[in-house]
Design a protein around this ligand. Structure first.
Ligand SMILES: C[S@@+](CC[C@H](N)C(=O)[O-])C[C@H]1O[C@@H](n2cnc3c(N)ncnc32)[C@H](O)[C@@H]1O
Length: 392
């Protein structure tokens, strides 16, 4: 514990692990909690001490009959444990919706989708308590605060939690722009809370960042979108080595972010039917601002909605950072989807950091895996001949 840790929490969570499912006790009730997608990495958890700290403080508050909204609850941990208070939950990721639904179902709790709130849509009015797990993107944190402060009652309160090792003074300075009172608690189990009260007049803020992507392509980005301030260097390498032609009828930009790869392809070959798929709603919405014409947008975390052999080409700069975690399991799972949804004569072009050594994984899914470009940091692979009889 840190030296200045505050006293023991009043609500102790008893936690045991059974395979990948954790058993948690909160306020004399027992819950099972798991991650979606599942992970083989036992060190990755569905929540942190910052979530426990939030629950502890909320247990002390009289939250009965007070309207609550939770933001950035990636695996539905808070929404599940606080279910009897019927909190609203801001759903920013398709995988978050699935994780939340899984945990509620496994605990035999009702899924009430009318309590799911989407960014960019009108948030419910007269919120008494806002609960935020501060996201890594401080633009996204600001966006949640901005939305919340508009619907918070005059005597409402926001609890924003973070792990102390990820603290940035900007977390406080941004909060100060929206609230008169910003109190920072002492640490508990290396986590802290910011407690925000007394709204200030809403500051003006333009949340859309515009960047030049070359070739007269301008890209708009909502908060939290990957590489919203400049074009990513891995994406650049892939763009310089894209291999498409007029004969490609249907192409997928897999993990499309702001849609940069699709925008470059569509500009060069307007007749191609472009599909873009991303797990993050604000990424999909950004790409809708950036592309028009023969484009289809898919808000999803996998390729299950596509028929086998649906695409002539698939291009991707896949994810491996999730908030503060590094994890290649998601990339490997979408590679499987790419292999299934590619035509037998199609090509999957993927760029990745050298150290991830994706070739060892790609050769299990494609009979042809070739390096077509590389530099000291990144590699572009061309994957052909998808394996059809691979183990499921
Ligand atoms: C490295 S970024 C690439 C974005 C864009 N293609 C570019 O080059 O700038 C990876 C993207 O994967 C998205 N992502 C994360 N998990 C995903 C999943 N399971 N399915 C689809 N997209 C996912 C992230 O939201 C992010 O936009």
């Amino acid at each position: 514990m840190e030296e200045n840790d505050h006293s023991q929490p009043h609500e102790v969570l008893a936690i045991f692990a059974q395979n990948s499912v954790m058993i948690v006790e909160y306020q004399h009730k027992t819950f099972t909690i798991q991650r979606y997608p599942k992970t083989g990495n036992r060190s990755l958890r569905a929540w942190s001490a910052a979530d426990e700290f939030l629950l502890d403080v909320l247990a002390d508050e009289n939250i009965q009959k007070r309207k609550m909204i939770i933001a950035n609850d990636r695996f539905g941990f808070l929404s599940t444990l606080l279910h009897n208070h019927e909190p609203f939950t801001v759903m920013s990721y398709r995988s978050q919706e699935k994780a939340c639904a899984l945990n509620l179902t496994e605990n035999k709790l009702r899924i009430n989708k009318s309590l799911w709130v989407k960014p960019l849509e009108q948030w419910p009015e007269k919120i008494d308590i806002g609960v935020i797990k501060i996201p890594k993107s401080l633009e996204l944190y600001r966006y949640y605060l901005h939305e919340l402060s508009q619907v918070l009652t005059e005597d409402g309160v926001i609890y924003a939690a973070f792990m102390t090792r990820f603290f940035s003074p900007k977390m406080v300075s941004i909060a100060n722009e929206y609230f008169e009172e910003v109190e920072q608690t002492q640490a508990w189990k290396k986590s802290r809370l910011l407690i925000l009260k007394k709204k200030k007049p809403l500051p003006q803020y333009n949340f859309i960042r515009k960047i030049e992507a070359g070739d007269e392509i301008m890209l708009s980005n909502y908060p939290g979108v990957f590489s919203a301030h400049s074009v990513d260097t891995a994406s650049k390498l892939l763009i310089d080595n894209l291999q498409l032609s007029e004969n490609d009828k249907r192409v997928l930009d897999l993990a499309s972010g702001n849609g940069i790869l699709a925008a470059v392809i569509s500009k060069k070959f307007p007749s191609i039917e472009m599909h873009l798929l991303d797990d993050f709603l604000l990424a999909v919405e950004s790409s809708k601002l950036n592309l028009s014409g023969n484009c289809h947008f898919h808000y999803n975390d996998n390729l299950d909605d596509f028929e086998p052999g649906f695409f002539d080409k698939i291009v991707s700069n896949p994810p491996f950072h999730f908030e503060y975690e590094t994890n290649i399991e998601v990339a490997l799972s979408i590679f499987k989807g790419a292999s299934r949804c590619l035509k037998p004569e199609g090509i999957f072009q993927v760029v990745a950091n050298r150290h991830l050594n994706y070739k060892t994984h790609l050769v299990k899914l494609f009979d042809g895996v070739e390096i077509i470009a590389e530099n000291d940091k990144f590699i572009v692979y061309n994957c052909s001949k998808p394996v059809t009889d691979r183990p499921v």
